[in-house]
Design a protein around this ligand. Structure first.
Ligand SMILES: *[C@@H]1O[C@H](CO)[C@@H](O)[C@H](O)[C@H]1NC(C)=O
Ligand SMILES: *[C@@H]1O[C@H](CO)[C@@H](O)[C@H](O)[C@H]1NC(C)=O
Ligand SMILES: *[C@@H]1O[C@H](CO)[C@@H](O)[C@H](O)[C@H]1NC(C)=O
Ligand SMILES: *[C@@H]1O[C@H](CO)[C@@H](O)[C@H](O)[C@H]1NC(C)=O
Ligand SMILES: *[C@@H]1O[C@H](CO)[C@@H](O)[C@H](O)[C@H]1NC(C)=O
Ligand SMILES: *[C@@H]1O[C@H](CO)[C@@H](O)[C@H](O)[C@H]1NC(C)=O
Ligand SMILES: CC(=O)N[C@H]1CO[C@H](CO)[C@@H](O)[C@@H]1O
Length: 776
């Protein structure tokens, strides 16, 4: 044995001793040391950072796997979340592989056969030792302590606080959860200095973020600053030279965070929940996952069912059910002559336009497609004047009930059958795809990119969506005093304070809400309010401004002409006709679905009831008071305060009383009560006396109605719908719609929240019978 190998052997022995005594004590590797996989038992650490936040060593997934990575991970996260791997696309064998800080200064990972799987280019540098810093940075230092190589310069899919993100760096997603090889999504500085996300797959490359339908400026970015530098700081504040800026919703020191390019194509910021070791999303770039490109492959369509799921259009079938990125293939022979079209409503495929024509009639658009052999489909949108896009390839397909366009898919004549996309396939569930332990989704402060999520045409042209109004602004108290004629006319009194009618200088009529007990700082209030102001949907009451002056906190909303739903529904005369009841049910469901945002419970309303549903002159509903739970929550002591302030008896889901964490399903419950009230025309939230509950037990009208309705449905009696519907309508209602509404209502008020549907699926069910307008 030469003296060199003796030294190594001794280092090895002492390190073994260190491992068995206290595996967390080693904080550096000296030059000349070497370790094999067997020296360090699997996924236990080789090094830990001085404060024990990070560990590094050989990492493997699953007990039987023989693939190992040299990795850095969070010591205290439940899953030992990996933030960096040296050899992501080139794992080494679980036997005989080794890592060494060679005498020549190179840090080398060798496989079983001695081949080099990965190495640092530091062989000509005088490297003294390797260390893992508290920041999660693995560094090689020279004898003077100067860093000569660092893992921070070679990020994989994760950016850590303090790690500079620059021109030459790129976050590339993993292929899947706990699968470290490079996936198809990246986050990077584009050549025009702007941070973007791209799907870079085998078939296509397609940028999908920031919103591709908006200009840079509209996305809040700039391309003037060529320094191309971005950083996430220790407080959870992200800033970049292109003006991308966002904060973690739990902004502040002392929290472990990571920004990850996730395998589902979304960029998310996470905070570690200390006691459980699980991660909480505190910001994400994309609100609706189907906006990510490439998820469902060629011809595939991303649908919300209600979680994002891939499906194939009619006459197409999945290529590989286990890998949707391979998309769908045709089940028919393509011919250029003799075609017809299958209509897919609310569906669009982004990009690959052969021709864009505007204005065009439907027939013109159809002819343009028919006359071009390359045309596989056309997208037609009637938005004042017709917009016609012909498609040469079908990628980035998505379906959303909010999307106003229609895709006409070219198929050979006679092949036409069903015109619904066949819902088939594995779930692209945000949680399962992303599946990073138990992700607790919180009321995250969302980014405003969600709101401009539409593609192909400008957001303002779409039903229900409008660009953020530049008119949102701050008002002075005296201005609002004048506006409301010294707070003369009270038009409502809600959970948060009185509402006054006013007229602005530009003659817009407004509702001014004086908030009662907000003890929030000016800046926080501003931030919160501007978040609410960005929430924009035709079924949500629009906020136009606010006032924050001294102790005064006021919010300025659009004035909704016809007041709240309760006044129209429970009125003795001029009560709502059937058509309007259905409109209110559907519109309210759309508004809530928008607030809940498929995957992220962005805003939970917490107080859905007829008093908070405003009706415009056409009886289109607009939900009021959303987003405020959060504003006032901070005035008290955490979530119990939330309970105190929000919720109205009779509309509150059982979990309020059980002190369970609240999810969007509390709104679903309240909505359920409300939709049943819409059908029945009476309050169901009142307490009643019932002979079946003779022991003084309380029972609401709701419980009674639900019990009777369920019994009737079970008995198969045809008349159950007629018995349920408001008799004041004298039979003037649509049976199909009523049955759908009652069934939706009954499932929404299920005790078990897991049995309640999402608002998105309620929207889906109601939309199915929207056009059925005959009154019985
Ligand atoms: C080392 O240098 C080579 C060639 O310049 C480069 O391809 C490789 O990525 C470098 N590796 C590391 C870990 O820096
Ligand atoms: C460019 O961005 C960097 C980093 O955000 C900033 O420090 C610098 O002031 C910016 N330069 C200009 C000209 O705005
Ligand atoms: C983020 O937080 C900082 C400091 O707390 C604040 O100045 C900034 O306005 C916040 N930005 C956003 C987008 O909320
Ligand atoms: C369609 O075109 C092909 C060749 O382009 C021709 O062989 C076929 O007969 C045509 N079919 C019809 C129905 O016109
Ligand atoms: C688009 O279609 C119109 C109508 O057929 C045609 O005049 C025009 O040349 C086409 N443009 C392109 C780029 O193909
Ligand atoms: C999905 O597709 C498979 C194979 O084509 C089929 O067996 C299965 O019944 C389908 N499932 C649904 C829900 O359509
Ligand atoms: C029932 C009711 O109040 N309808 C009113 C709704 O709003 C329009 C426009 O302001 C009025 O004309 C209706 O009378």
């Amino acid at each position: 044995m030469g003296s060199q190998s003796v030294t190594i052997f001794l280092v090895f022995l002492s390190s073994l001793a260190a491992t068995s005594v206290d595996s967390t004590s080693r904080s550096f590797l000296a030059r000349g040391s070497s370790f094999s996989v067997e020296d360090v038992s699997s996924s236990s650490s080789l090094l830990t950072s001085p404060d024990n936040t990070f560990s590094c060593g050989f990492y493997t997934v699953g007990v039987n796997s023989n693939a190992y990575w040299f990795a850095i991970w969070f010591t205290n996260s439940k899953e030992k979340t990996v933030v960096w791997t040296a050899n992501r696309d080139n794992p080494v064998n679980g036997h005989g592989s080794s890592i060494a800080l060679r005498k020549d200064g190179a840090f080398v990972l060798s496989d079983l056969d001695g081949s080099i799987a990965w190495q640092t280019n530091t062989s000509s540098i005088n490297v003294h030792q390797a260390e893992l810093l508290n920041s999660g940075n693995f560094v090689l230092k020279d004898p003077h302590g100067k860093i000569v190589w660092q893992s921070f310069d070679f990020p994989t899919d994760t950016l850590l606080p303090g790690q500079l993100f620059t021109k030459s760096k790129r976050l590339v997603s993993n292929v899947g959860h706990q699968m470290f090889s490079s996936g198809y999504f990246s986050f990077f500085f584009d050549s025009d200095n702007v941070l973007r996300m791209i799907y870079d797959g085998p078939d296509i490359s397609s940028i999908y973020w920031p919103n591709v339908n908006l200009g840079l400026f509209q996305n809040g970015r700039t391309n003037y600053n060529s320094s191309r530098i971005a950083v996430l700081d220790d407080k959870g504040i992200f800033t970049a030279s292109d003006q991308l800026h966002f904060n973690a919703s739990d902004v502040g020191l002392g929290i472990q965070r990571r920004l990850a390019m996730d395998p589902d194509g979304n960029l998310r910021l996470y905070s570690l929940h200390d006691s459980s070791g699980s991660w909480v999303i505190t910001w994400q770039a994309i609100g609706k996952l189907c906006d990510v490109h490439g998820l469902c492959g060629r011809n595939g369509i991303c649908v919300y069912a209600p979680d994002p799921t891939c499906s194939c259009p009619p006459q197409y079938e999945p290529v590989d059910l286990t890998d949707w990125r391979k998309g769908c293939k045709r089940k028919f022979e393509r011919t250029c002559n003799d075609s017809e079209f299958v209509e897919l409503t609310h569906v669009d495929y982004y990009g690959f336009d052969l021709n864009f024509t505007q204005p065009a009639s439907f027939e013109e658009c159809r002819q343009i497609c028919l006359q071009d052999c390359r045309c596989l489909a056309f997208s037609y949108r009637l938005t004042g004047e017709g917009l016609c896009f012909t498609k040469s390839a079908l990628f980035n397909g998505y379906s959303s009930v909010d999307f106003a366009g229609i895709i006409y898919l070219r198929v050979p004549t006679r092949a036409q059958t069903s015109n619904q996309p066949t819902l088939n396939g594995s779930h692209l569930d945000c949680r399962s795809l992303n599946a990073i332990g138990a992700i607790e989704v919180i009321l995250a402060v969302a980014s405003w990119w969600f709101l401009f999520r539409k593609r192909g045409i400008s957001a303002s042209m779409e039903d229900g969506y409008h660009a953020i109004s530049s008119q949102f602004r701050s008002f002075s108290y005296s201005e609002l005093k004048t506006t409301t004629n010294k707070f003369k006319e009270v038009v409502g009194r809600g959970g948060f304070g009185a509402v006054y009618k006013g007229v602005l200088a530009d003659e817009r009529t407004v509702a001014v809400k004086k908030l009662g007990d907000v003890v929030q700082g000016e800046e926080e209030f501003w931030a919160e309010v501007s978040t609410i102001a960005r929430i924009n949907h035709m079924n949500l009451a629009r906020m136009w401004g606010f006032c924050s002056e001294g102790k005064h906190r006021l919010l300025v909303y659009e004035f909704v002409e016809n007041g709240s739903l309760d006044k129209h529904l429970f009125a003795n005369e001029n009560f709502l006709a059937w058509k309007d009841r259905f409109k209110v049910a559907l519109g309210t469901a759309k508004g809530l679905a928008y607030l809940h945002h498929e995957c992220l419970e962005w805003v939970i309303h917490c107080d859905v009831k007829p008093e908070n549903i405003l009706l415009d002159k056409d009886f289109e509903p607009k939900i009021a008071d959303f987003g405020l739970a959060k504003l006032c929550q901070r005035s008290g002591h955490g979530s119990s305060e939330l309970t105190r302030i929000r919720g109205t008896k009779g509309y509150m889901a059982p979990e309020w009383a059980m002190n369970l964490p609240l999810s969007a399903k509390v709104d679903v419950y309240s909505y359920g009560v409300m939709i049943l009230e819409l059908v029945k025309g009476i309050r169901l939230s009142n307490w009643v006396v019932d002979e079946h509950y003779s022991f003084g037990e309380g029972m609401t009208e709701l419980m009674r109605v639900v019990r009777i309705a369920k019994a009737m449905i079970r008995s198969g009696e045809d008349s159950w719908v007629d018995n349920f519907v408001d008799p004041r309508l004298r039979g003037k209602f649509n049976r199909n719609q009523a049955a759908t509404m009652i069934k939706a209502g009954l499932s929404c008020v299920e005790e078990d929240r897991n049995k309640r549907p999402t608002m998105e699926s309620v929207v889906h069910d109601l939309t199915e019978c929207e056009d059925d307008i005959t009154l019985k």
